[in-house]
Structures are given as C-alpha cells and as structure tokens.
Design a protein around this ligand. Structure first.
Ligand SMILES: [Zn+2]
Length: 243
C-alpha cells in the first residue's frame, strides 16, 4: 500500500527550485525517485518536481538527501520535458492541432467563446485558467460525443456513459459494460488523433481485446490509426503540460 504523506518540501538544485512530494510504501525496499507528472494544482508554472517513495521507517530527510545526490539526473530530466504552458492571457495553445491565442477581454460575464484563432475569455482575470479549462473540457465532450455516436452506429452498438476526465496514463478506456472514458486533452490534438482514440474505444464495444479483429475494426472506423497512435506517443507528454 502506498499513501501520500502530508509533508511537502522543495530543494534547491543548482539554483532551481524543485518541488518534492512524498509517498510512503511499507513494502518498498529502497527509496524510489521519479519525476512528478501530476501537475494539478500547480497552474502558475513556478515549480516542477519529483515524487519520492519512502520505505517503512525511512525519514523525509533521507529522501531529500537522495534528491540532492541525484541532482544531475533530476535536472536533466526536468530540462528534457516539454514546456509548461498555463492557460493565461496571451498563451498560445492548440485546439484540434491548430494554434489559438487565449485573449482576456475583460468585459462581461465569465464566458468563453471562439473567434477565429482566438479563444476569448470574459470575466475576472483570476478565473481565466479555470474558465478556459472548463471550456476545453466541454468542447472535448461535445466533439467526442458526436464521434462516439457516429462510430458506434457503424458497428451497430450502443455505448454506455461517456465521461471526459483529466486522465494521466490513458487517453481513453472502455469498461466491460460499455462505458467510455476519455482524456479532455485530446481535443488539443489534431482532429485525426482524437478520431483514432474514439475509434479505438468504440471498437472495444465489439472486441474487448487488442487482437487482429479489433485492429481491423478500428481501421474501418478511422482513416489514420497508425499516424494517430504514433502522434500520441511522440506528443502526448506535451499535451499534459498545457493548462
Ligand atoms: Zn484498447
């Protein structure tokens, strides 16, 4: 069993502030260090960080010592990550694979709308990030719903509930009772990538495996499945660094 410790810290590595979260796992045999890919709650882009898993009785200080010991590795890994792009006024973010600019308009109630290549956000500046995120989520849900409906009809299957979340490890999933779940960030990717992921999950309504028949079905539901898979492998992490 792994549980999160309430203690958080940050260390200075060669002039860079690195946030450290701690987990406790009594079965771990040594301290485990990895990059923190869960960037929720860190919208200001100020800090990137690591997660340190501590075995049974190992104290936080020992964990911090390991982070300092491995400073070169940590810094190299952090440098290698795609840039973090928060949803703020002036930020350039992709929608359907096309760059759009977030523009805070100031006036009016808190509404978000699309105008050409601009995502216009009204209302208090401090709510911009949340409003844009909610809008992306809604947009993702609308686009995904339409595609699920069309593709499920081709297979003559009825999908269950469709949910859109901020999933970290999977772009989509299909439960045994036919409920489909997707990561909202897919709406930032080129449309054919979103199309591939929806085709993939809808094909699971008929084939709950990744056998040849499954892939044949995916191929009938979308045009560019190899390209879509490859695009996500190469660019997926970038999408998780936006917003
Ligand atoms: Zn699958």
């Amino acid at each position: 069993m792994t549980k999160a410790l309430s203690r958080e810290a940050s260390v200075d590595l060669a002039g860079r502030r690195v946030a450290v979260r701690f987990l406790r796992n009594r079965r771990a045999r040594r301290i485990i260090l990895r990059l923190d890919t869960n960037n929720d709650g860190n919208q200001d882009g100020a800090e990137d960080g690591v997660v340190v898993t501590l075995p049974g009785r190992t104290g936080v200080e020992e964990g911090l010592a390991l982070v300092r010991d491995k400073a070169d590795w940590v810094l190299a890994r952090l440098e290698g990550r795609p840039p973090r792009i928060p949803f703020v006024d002036g930020a350039v973010v992709p929608l359907g694979g096309v760059d759009h600019v977030i523009r805070h308009t100031g006036a009016g109630r808190g509404l978000v709308r699309l105008e050409g290549a601009n995502i216009l956000v009204a209302g208090g500046l401090e709510h911009t990030a949340r409003r844009v995120r909610d809008w992306f989520r809604g947009e993702a849900k609308a686009r995904i719903r339409g595609k699920v409906r069309d593709k499920a009809a081709v297979l003559d299957r009825t999908p269950g509930r469709i949910t859109v979340r901020d999933t970290k490890s999977r772009w989509g999933s299909c439960s045994h009772d036919g409920n489909l779940s997707f990561c909202w960030r897919l709406v930032m990717a080129p449309e054919s990538v979103l199309d591939y992921v929806v085709a993939h999950e809808v094909a699971h309504l008929a084939e709950h495996n990744h056998g040849p028949e499954f892939w044949r079905l995916v191929g009938t539901l979308t045009d560019d499945m190899d390209w879509g898979r490859d695009w996500l492998r190469r660019n997926g992490e970038r999408l998780h660094r936006i917003g």
